[in-house]
Design a protein around this ligand. Structure first.
Ligand SMILES: *Cc1c(COP(=O)(O)O)cnc(C)c1O
Length: 381
């Protein structure tokens, strides 16, 4: 039996009372974390069984019952399944893969605080998530079994932000910040909000997708005290856009939180123009603005999940000009070694000199725009 997208069915957990099922703490307590449990729920392939046996040494297995229910259990290629069930390919490391693919560890002035861009910081507030994505960019520290430990120094991080007046944007991530209790999160947000030069706060979370029950009215009421507060969620496939997720996003949007979405381009999940366009449309219906599509980082053991950049650009070409502009995110590569996010959209400037710029539209036709003959205003250093 597959999850009923219209809601009301708990699938494999049909005997669970709705009051339990809709309780985020129940969902967390009943996460699937062992091979034994997993095998009682669906027939694993050999690759998955071996992968799950080895997962405990790299990135833990963890899936909420809610998200597990979205798996089509009779399809070994199910795009939901590929995101959260380990495979033996995870143990193969390609020569170009890295422990710290975006070079974050070298840019931590304080443990747990990444300062890569001048005016904003990434604050890693927990190493736990509601479920674990097999392609996690931070698998070295996330889930508690990776190569390293996340040892965030909260008071030093807040002190650092206080002393760096150029930081106007603080992005909470992890792990998933929405796994903290309302009280912890409120305390942390209050401390950051009290810093005068911090203009905006942001939370990066996959909880609306993995555990929409966590988005309670109480959480939303707490968050809205800290505006302007933005949130980036992480959705990869249109099947994740359930009524539960829509309701959770609706509560966040009603609390005045602008919602963006980050998608990771994944082989066999969403490396297809039709799937990607459908996802983008579903996000807009949920009042979520597609923000980024990421080329999959060079995380160790993720080669089987990566797609070519060529295919990524093809997908972008299928979106730009062919659907609502709001449905078109930016396609970026977070450059290996710490270069930051670099856009790799389709090339639209065909030629550019002092007299004219030659531009290509979504139908491949060329147009000319006369260039103005004037000096550019120099960028500030
Ligand atoms: C992605 C990221 C940010 C935020 O980047 P935006 O493009 O502003 O969303 C900030 N710091 C680090 C280290 C990041 O990886």
């Amino acid at each position: 039996m597959q999850a009923d997208e219209s809601g009301g069915s708990n699938g494999l957990w049909s005997d669970v009372a709705p009051s339990d099922w809709n309780d985020w703490r129940w969902q967390l307590r009943h996460r699937i974390t062992t091979l034994e449990t997993l095998e009682t729920l669906l027939p694993l392939t050999t690759e998955e069984r071996e992968g799950t046996l080895l997962a405990g040494k790299k990135l833990a297995l963890g899936i909420t019952p809610y998200f597990f229910n979205l798996i089509n259990r009779s399809d070994p290629h199910c795009p939901i399944r590929r995101q959260v069930i380990p495979r033996v390919e995870e143990t193969a490391v390609a020569p170009w893969e890295l422990t710290d693919p975006c070079g974050e560890d070298e840019r931590m002035p304080v443990p747990g605080l990444v300062h890569r861009y001048v005016d904003r910081v990434l604050f890693l507030v927990t190493d736990r998530c509601a479920s674990y994505c097999r392609y996690c960019t931070r698998s070295r520290v996330v889930s508690g079994v990776g190569e390293r430990q996340l040892e965030t120094d909260f008071s030093a991080a807040i002190e650092y932000i206080r002393r760096h007046a150029e930081v106007r944007d603080v992005l909470l991530s992890g792990g998933d910040p929405l796994l903290l209790s309302d009280e912890r999160l409120e305390h942390l947000l209050a401390e950051l909000r009290a810093i005068p030069h911090v203009e905006i706060l942001r939370i990066g979370s996959r909880v609306p997708v993995f555990l929409p029950q966590r988005i309670t009215p109480e959480l939303c009421a707490m968050l809205k005290q800290f505006h302007p507060l933005w949130m980036s969620i992480h959705t990869n496939h249109p099947r994740e856009a359930t009524t539960e997720m829509a309701a959770a996003c609706g509560r966040l949007a009603d609390a005045g939180i602008p919602l963006g979405n980050q998608t990771v381009l994944l082989r066999g999940v969403n490396d297809d123009p039709v799937v990607m366009k459908s996802l983008m449309h579903k996000l807009l219906v949920m009042r979520v603005r597609p923000y980024y599509i990421y080329q999959c980082d060079l995380v160790r053991g993720t080669d089987h999940l990566r797609t070519s950049v060529r295919q990524g650009i093809k997908i972008m070409e299928s979106l730009r000009g062919h659907t609502t502009g709001y449905a078109v995110p930016e396609y970026v590569i977070d450059a290996p070694g710490g270069g930051g996010k670099i856009p790799v959209g389709p090339v639209t400037v065909a030629a550019h000199d002092k007299q004219r710029v030659l531009i290509r539209n979504h139908e491949g036709e060329l147009y000319e725009y006369p260039e103005r003959n004037e000096e550019c205003v120099p960028c500030p250093p």
